[in-house]
Write a protein that binds this ligand. Structure first.
Ligand code: RP5
Length: 161
């Protein structure tokens, strides 16, 4: 199976980014997690993206806050699908990162999930890989069925006094 790369701009992003890695692990998708910054370590970010396809990756997830150029900078250097996670920081509630991630110019796409949407980023990466992987598609269907059942159970147990 192709690997998923989970790249974050800073170790301060880890509390949110961990949820993406955990979700991939639950689905038994091999992943690598790295800290590469579009601004602080641009050479490492570029080199990683340029060699990612040859190194066995199928999707790149990129999480960053503030002026979040990481997803776009990686996408500029690969034609692998790149999923951006805009992160909420202490100011502007993540609106800065959301716009920086999602407003890509024509020709260099980034698929942006919600602010702090790490679980959905991992699920979207899994869905991309599942296009050519029936076992993974089955695992995704099972996960949805389990989550739907959990909601039904909450409905059955709901009591409002
Ligand atoms: C971004 O700046 C990082 O992705 C992080 O969300 C934010 C702040 O980074 P630190 O100053 O906490 O390292 O590039």
């Amino acid at each position: 199976m192709k690997k998923v790369a989970v790249i974050m701009g800073s170790d301060s992003d880890l509390p949110v980014v961990r949820k993406a890695a955990d979700t991939l692990k639950d689905l038994k998708i091999p992943c690598e997690v790295h800290i590469y910054s579009a601004h602080r370590t641009p050479d490492e970010a570029r080199d990683f993206a340029r060699s990612a396809r040859a190194n066995g990756f199928g999707v790149i997830i990129a999480a960053a806050g503030m002026a979040a150029h990481l997803a776009g900078a990686l996408a500029a250097n690969t034609t692998l699908p790149v999923i951006g996670i805009p992160l909420k920081s202490s100011v502007l509630d993540g609106m800065d990162a959301l716009l920086s991630t999602v407003q890509m110019p024509r020709g260099i796409p980034v698929a942006a999930v919600a602010v702090d949407g790490a679980v959905n980023a991992a699920l979207l990466a899994a869905e991309i890989l599942a296009v050519s992987d029936e076992d993974l598609a089955g695992a995704l269907n099972e996960r949805r069925a389990r989550e739907a059942e959990a909601v039904r159970e909450k409905d059955r147990n709901l009591k409002i006094d």
